[in-house]
Write a protein that binds this ligand. Structure first.
Ligand SMILES: Cc1cc2nc3c(=O)[nH]c(=O)nc-3n(C[C@H](O)[C@H](O)[C@H](O)COP(=O)(O)O)c2cc1C
Length: 187
């Protein structure tokens, strides 16, 4: 079994990356293969709307997205962690979403399980909106949304690493990972 973890922050060592790492711990314990795709390390250009990908064609842009197309096809589940940027996802993550417009990219997530994590500076900083944006992406691809303890995981943190002083949030991220493993076993 393989889980794909995508971190949507452009900031190396950001709180999104750290929460994602916490969510992936249970997968390591359960013997899953883990693929990490960190947008702090990768370059994914925005979609140009050429529509070459529609009807099964390949994207004309040649960049790190090629790696992600393969990871989408190979994974059994995906977790996306992202910061709130003006109560939305960062442009880097939106570029990933848009670059999966055509099948087979989006279709490769069909029927797979998806979890979401959102972090913002303030409480009520738009984390719930970010979760919904990620969930809407999953649903658009035919993927199934998996809850954490309650809904998705939300956290308030500012500087990179701040989240490490919030053990409860790290625990909730792990609970999301545990739920995905549990739901996978039920299928
Ligand atoms: C361009 C930009 C926009 C932001 N917009 C929001 C926002 O709408 N709501 C919020 O709570 N925090 C906002 N923040 C703060 C980040 O979400 C916060 O610092 C978060 O911890 C960053 O995640 P990271 O550590 O994973 O990079 C913004 C930060 C930047 C750089």
């Amino acid at each position: 079994m393989n889980v794909l973890g995508i971190s949507g922050t452009p900031r190396p060592g950001g709180n999104s990356e750290l929460l994602l790492n916490a969510a992936l711990v249970p997968f390591a314990d359960a013997g899953w293969d883990i693929t990490r795709f960190l947008l702090s390390e990768k370059t994914v250009a925005p979609c140009t709307g050429c529509e070459a990908c529609r009807g099964g064609g390949r994207c004309r842009i040649n960049d790190d997205m090629n790696e992600l197309y393969q990871a989408f096809a190979q994974c059994d589940a995906v977790i996306i962690a992202a910061p709130a940027y003006f109560r939305n996802v960062p442009a880097q993550l939106k570029a990933v979403f848009d670059r999966t417009y055509g099948a087979p990219a989006s279709a490769s997530l069909e029927g797979k399980l998806g979890g979401a994590i959102a972090v913002g500076r303030g409480t009520g900083g738009g984390q719930a909106i970010v979760l919904n944006i990620i969930y809407n992406y999953y649903l658009s691809c035919g993927a199934l949304c998996v809850p954490g303890e309650l809904n998705g995981v939300t956290a308030a943190a500012d500087k990179p690493g701040d989240i490490l002083s919030q053990p409860r949030r790290l625990e909730q991220a792990q609970a999301l990972g545990c739920n995905i493993i549990k739901y996978s076993a039920l299928r």
